[in-house]
Design a protein around this ligand. Structure first.
Ligand code: C2E
Ligand code: MG
Ligand code: MG
Length: 406
């Protein structure tokens, strides 16, 4: 999916562009100022950036200059958005290396034409480069990350990795019923590397397997620790990568881990996305059946963002569906998202599945989901992902979802 970063300080304009792009099936990221935009550009490496020229603090020129200096973002197609009155300024933007500009207000067609033309040029260029070098060339930053990652694994410096836990909350009682474990890489020189950068690199280099083994081990020990402290109903989910699921001994590994840690099998949930199940569905079903028959719960993650093959859904031994964050964002004001999500909730219940909404950020989103009988939510509205100690604090404090206004 093509990822587009929109940096625009005017909320209405930003939201309009995001809605328009999302309707065209682009993956979108939004930033309300230049500084956040720069952070997101480096951490997410979008395929194209749309950036407002006039913004307080870091303006469009500042963003473009910084991006062009950073090897990892230097070649991302960049389109300026200028106000009519600032039309004369576009020259300066183009001189700084912008690829195109759009004068506000622009039409949907003007926006889409500018984007597709830039993306097509980038693809042609990439083809020329790849036939020239005929090898996978990573940017210097990614190469450096790969070197550090290899070094960390070879030297077993797992203390650089952290597991954060994000609460999953029952929408009716407001109680924490579980958590999702989320990996972080705290490198002495690179700083905090997010999973969106780390996981694809780890997958492509095969380093995902030792990292995933470490995560599984760490999480199982943590579940035992929390159960021992009295939170015996707590269920913790672990994200599974495609390479892991393909391992012939994956189900035995899971069973061994549960036995070694003396854990009740259903305290562990494995989150799989449709995208990792579908390429070899028969193999995936067989592995999932083995895991499921031992009592481990399986969740489909990011549901709706991948293949969403409803035919197969019935054949999969799953317990939970997690609705992708995309459908939840602004659900109360988006009739299409509302219709789809309501149907997903009903379908899940008809199939006897537990349904969790991901990425719940606002009270309105929570109210909608509660009204439409979603079972549980996860998202910044209740809590960001937390280090184990912080998560433990909210368990002991019996933190609950505030349902008084919904
Ligand atoms: P995911 O499994 O769908 O995890 C949810 C992601 O959404 C997390 O991002 C979480 O921080 C973010 N999130 C949660 N609530 C909100 C919200 O209200 N708003 C917004 N904007 N975001 C929210 P994170 O931690 O960056 O992880 C990204 C992805 O990386 C995960 O998506 C998962 O696919 C992958 N990942 C994370 N940890 C692991 C791991 O240990 N192993 C594997 N294989 N993949 C992992
Ligand atoms: Mg997940
Ligand atoms: Mg997810």
């Amino acid at each position: 999916m093509t990822k587009i970063l929109v940096i625009e300080d005017e909320k209405l304009v930003r939201e309009n562009i995001i809605d328009l792009l999302a309707a065209e099936d682009f993956d979108t990221i939004a930033a309300a100022n230049g500084r956040v935009g720069l952070d997101l550009a480096v951490s997410q490496i979008p395929d194209l950036i749309l950036c407002d020229l006039m913004m307080p603090e870091v303006d469009g020129y500042g963003v473009l200059t910084t991006l062009r200096e950073e090897p990892v973002t230097a070649s991302i197609p960049f389109i300026f958005l200028t106000a009519k009155s600032a039309r004369a300024d576009f020259r300066q933007g183009m001189d700084l290396g912008a690829d195109d500009y759009l004068t506000k207000p622009f039409t949907r067609t003007e926006l889409l034409n500018a984007i597709t033309s830039r993306l097509a040029k980038k693809a042609t260029l990439a083809k020329q480069v790849s036939t020239k070098f005929d090898a996978q060339t990573f940017s210097p930053k990614v190469q450096m990350m790969e070197m550090y990652l290899r070094r960390a694994i070879e030297r077993e410096e797992f203390e650089q990795f952290l597991v954060y836990y994000q609460p999953i909350v029952d929408i009716h009682s407001g109680q924490i019923i579980g958590a999702e474990s989320l990996l972080r890489w705290q490198h002495p020189e690179l700083g905090m590397v997010t999973p969106t950068e780390l996981i694809p690199l780890a997958e492509s280099t095969g380093l995902i397997l030792p990292i995933s083994d470490w995560v599984l081990n760490k999480v199982c020990k943590q579940i035992k620790n929390w159960h021992n402290q009295g939170f015996t109903d707590l269920r913790v989910a672990v994200n599974v990568s495609g390479n892991q699921l393909k391992q012939p001994n994956f189900s035995q590994k899971i069973i061994h881990l549960l036995l070694a840690n003396n854990l009740v099998p259903d305290s562990l949930v494995l989150e799989l996305t449709e995208n990792i199940i579908m390429p070899d569905i028969n193999q995936a079903i067989s592995t999932m059946n083995e895991i499921h028959s031992f009592g481990v719960k399986i969740a489909i993650d990011d549901f709706g963002a991948g293949y969403s093959s409803l035919i197969y859904l019935k054949q999969l031994p799953i317990h939970t569906l997690k609705i992708d964050r995309y459908f939840i964002q602004c659900i109360a004001n988006d009739s299409q998202k509302a219709v789809i999500t309501t149907a997903l909730i009903q379908m899940a219940h008809n199939l006897n599945l537990h349904i969790v909404a991901e990425g719940v950020e606002t009270e309105q989103e929570l109210a909608f989901l509660r009204q439409h009988k979603c079972d549980a939510i996860q998202g910044f509205f209740f809590s960001h992902p937390l280090p184990a100690r912080e998560f433990e604090k909210i368990l002991f404090a019996n933190k609950r979802l505030n349902l008084s206004n919904v």
